[in-house]
Ligand binder design. Structure first.
Ligand code: SAH
Length: 369
């Protein structure tokens, strides 16, 4: 088929870019040269790639493009957090958040337009699901954020960590997420350490096994409950992949690597999952699993019924975990004044008709409150 549509080079990880150059009768090492221009120098104009011949630059101009999502709006919170609304193809928008800390800068990246999983405490779920992001739209969030951060003082603009914790369930957009994560850790692209790239999942068990086969980025699992009855309500995908199967998959993911731990995320919802008995149940559940626990104070959003647990309740819960030997931290809420905190990312989802996955339609989803 002859098409005049240009290929977006942001869609290719290094092996794919090398293949593409070979298909164009060019040497594969051109791929590393171009990749460095794109990711290390932030260049999207072939003309600026001065170590390529003029003929090659013109050829690339004809066949290819380097196109990241455009910024629609930028908001800055009082604590330095920056949130961008990015336009992706089809009139949709996703959100990307930059979180500066003393010793690192973390970018929270979206993987889908909306989300199909319908977790009852998450704002993205209310948006419904539209589609998967392309690899270019995922890695393009880093490219665009790096570009936008250039106006800040040097120490405030370094992206040292990436968390796939924005909109969407990354393991339901497997191939594109893996391609984008390959570029995050590729030396010729962003060159981040594998330990500084974290994929967060609600627990798509078969995809966890697939992930282990192709990548070994850090893993965070959205647990939120220590028993199936409650988790079925909070994270409906639990009806398909219950706790026992999920935790077995987590163990398989880090099997054979003695120093690695899985991070378990636990949103603190007042009166729902924050009692001492539930803390003890969590300790029991995670026994034997190399684990870290992140307690996330619930971030409210318009239309949500849940309330965040009081600080003393969160501390009591945390202390029970710590006493049992579990490394536990309470995640600081950042970017609250611009709705950039966990679970508050909404973006703009134009067609919400694909709201839920088929298997979730079968069982009615009732709210806990
Ligand atoms: N779909 C993936 C990644 C997205 S969310 C996942 O489920 O892991 C990143 C984290 O924020 C998840 O642990 C999610 O459960 C949590 N979260 C969602 N809504 C929240 C809210 N309103 N307050 C606090 N945390 C929330």
């Amino acid at each position: 088929m002859i098409t005049d549509k240009k290929v977006n080079l942001l869609d290719f990880d290094l092996p794919a870019l090398q293949d593409w150059f070979s298909e164009q009768d060019e040497k594969p090492f051109r791929a590393t040269q171009v990749m460095k221009w794109i990711y290390q120098f932030g260049v999207d104009d072939f003309e600026a790639m001065s170590n390529l011949s003029k003929a090659l630059r013109e050829k690339l101009e004809r066949l290819a493009e380097i196109r990241a999502p455009e910024i629609v709006s930028e908001q800055r919170a009082s604590d330095g957090v920056v949130k961008w609304l990015l336009q992706v193809d089809g009139g949709n928008c996703v959100e990307t958040v930059y979180i500066p800390e003393d010793d690192r800068g973390t970018l929270c990246v979206s993987s889908q337009v909306g989300c199909a999983l319908d977790c009852s405490f998450c704002s993205t779920a209310q948006q419904g699901f539209n589609r998967n992001l392309s690899a270019a739209e995922i890695i393009g969030q880093l490219w665009r954020a790096n570009q936008a951060l250039q106006c800040l003082p040097r120490e405030q603009r370094v992206i040292s960590n990436v968390v796939m914790m924005g909109m969407g369930e990354p393991l339901l957009n497997f191939d594109n997420v893996v391609t984008a994560m390959n570029l995050m850790i590729e030396d010729n692209a962003y060159g981040l350490s594998k330990r500084r790239v974290t994929l967060s999942t609600s627990g798509i068990v078969p995809a966890l096994d697939r992930l282990k086969a192709v990548s070994d980025v850090s893993l965070a699992v959205s647990l939120h409950a220590a028993d199936d009855a409650l988790r079925d309500q909070l994270v409906p995908i639990n009806r398909k992949y219950p706790l026992k199967e999920l935790l077995a998959a987590c163990l398989r993911y880090i099997e054979g690597e003695s120093k690695r731990k899985i991070t378990f995320e636990y949103v603190m919802l007042a009166g729902i999952n924050d009692s001492p008995a539930q803390a003890r149940a969590l300790v029991k559940l995670l026994k034997g699993i190399p684990a870290k626990v992140n307690l996330i104070p619930f971030n409210p959003f318009p239309g949500s019924d849940y309330k965040v647990s009081k600080p003393e309740v969160i501390n009591r819960f945390r202390d029970i975990l710590i006493k049992s030997g579990l490394i536990t931290i309470t995640r600081k809420t950042r970017g609250e004044d611009i709705d950039a905190a966990c679970g508050q990312l909404a973006g703009k989802v134009v067609d919400r008709s694909k709201r839920k996955l088929k298997h979730l339609k079968e069982a009615p989803i009732t709210r806990v409150i």
